[in-house]
Design a protein around this ligand. Structure first.
Ligand SMILES: Cc1ncc(C[n+]2csc(CCOP(=O)(O)OP(=O)(O)O)c2C)c(N)n1
Ligand SMILES: [Mg+2]
Length: 326
């Protein structure tokens, strides 16, 4: 394998951190400890990690309602994310935003976003800003197969192409928008084929293969940095859990147990672990060490969140934008 061994191990560790974080969130939610709505990223880890490992700290990402994986992949602090999910004052939004509003401008995370596809024009704006400032920063938008049918997708991708913006559009095609399968809502099988109509390159890639995602998005990032404009990359992936935590067995009304089982067998983390083991890069001992280190980080994050205070009632009046009456 051509890539640096430490980089590959870091990719593995980052995917596992996302997976274990999400499993903890699921557990804490189902025990009634975490408030609010959460959409888990389990099964899709190779996409966020494959993409963001091509990015610098000062590059931008725009995320979705299913955003924890993007935030952790881009370097978000699990302690502060966890505190936000607990609704605590030490969280990214001081406990007032929750899962779907987490942002960290200092490391280019423009925010999770509960409005499907709404980060596409925001990312377009960040890319325009980088271009006007003459930097070589790039901006990445993550959105789903459902998001690709929103007007904001068509408007945003078209304008980014016309203005040759340094943007990369990552469609996380997990085959469902809530309970609607892609085939019931989209006339073509490969969303990347739409790139042609905007005059930009489009690629469909196996989103369960972190190295495939890393390679193709590496090319897209290089193109964007060189001023050659945007690229659309469709990552075929699958969400292993329900649309939101608490959906329970209702998911079986739109997908079968057999389908779930077959897709879960393609676990991106397990697959990458096998590859690294076969190449002699990852040993059982090292895997266990990484595992324990993540468990410790998560324990500390939960302790930090639990011991943090809730915002006070007066805090509700802070961080607002309003105009003085004249
Ligand atoms: C503009 C808008 N329309 C509808 C919704 C309700 N909604 C929340 S998630 C979702 C499905 C999104 O599907 P997709 O883009 O494929 O993302 P996934 O959940 O599969 O990651 C919908 C319709 C919303 N939040 N925003
Ligand atoms: Mg989807």
């Amino acid at each position: 394998m051509k890539l640096d061994k430490q980089l590959l191990l870091d990719m593995y560790g980052r995917m596992l951190r996302i997976r274990k974080f999400e499993l903890k969130v699921e557990e804490l939610h189902l025990r009634g400890i975490l408030p609010g709505l959460k959409h888990l990223y389990i099964g899709e880890e190779a996409v966020a990690v494959g993409v963001t490992f091509n990015l610098r700290e000062d590059d931008y990402i725009g995320s979705t309602h299913r955003g924890h994986g993007h935030l952790i992949a881009k370097g978000g602090d699990v302690k502060i994310i966890m505190a936000e999910l607990y609704g605590k004052k030490t969280g990214y939004c001081k406990g007032k935003g929750g899962s779907m509003h987490i942002a960290d401008i200092n490391i280019g995370i423009l925010g999770a976003n509960g409005i499907v596809a709404a980060n596409i024009p925001i990312v377009g704006g960040a890319a325009l800003s980088a271009k006007l400032r003459g930097t070589d920063q790039v901006a990445v938008s993550f959105f789903g197969d459902g998001g690709a049918n929103e007007g904001m997708f068509h408007e945003g991708v078209n304008l980014a192409s016309v203005w040759k913006l340094p943007a990369i559009f990552i469609c996380e095609n997990n085959q469902y928008a809530i309970s609607t399968s892609q085939s019931k809502a989209t006339a073509i099988p490969n969303i990347a084929d739409r790139a042609k109509s905007y005059g930009i390159p489009g690629f469909t890639v196996d989103g369960m293969d972190v190295l495939a995602v890393y390679e193709i998005t590496g090319e897209a990032v290089a193109r964007a940095r060189e001023g050659k404009g945007p690229t659309l990359v469709e990552c075929k992936t699958y969400r292993f859990k329900g649309h939101y935590v608490g959906e329970g067995s209702r998911e079986l009304s739109y997908r079968s147990r057999e389908e779930l089982k077959k897709c879960q067998e393609k676990c991106p983390i397990q697959k990458f672990k096998w590859t690294l083991t076969k190449e002699g890069i990852l040993t059982e001992g090292l895997a266990e060490k990484i595992n324990r280190q993540i468990d410790k980080e998560l324990e500390e994050a939960i302790k930090f969140a639990e011991e943090s205070p809730y915002p006070s009632p007066e805090d509700a009046l802070e961080d607002l934008f309003f105009e003085e009456e004249t």
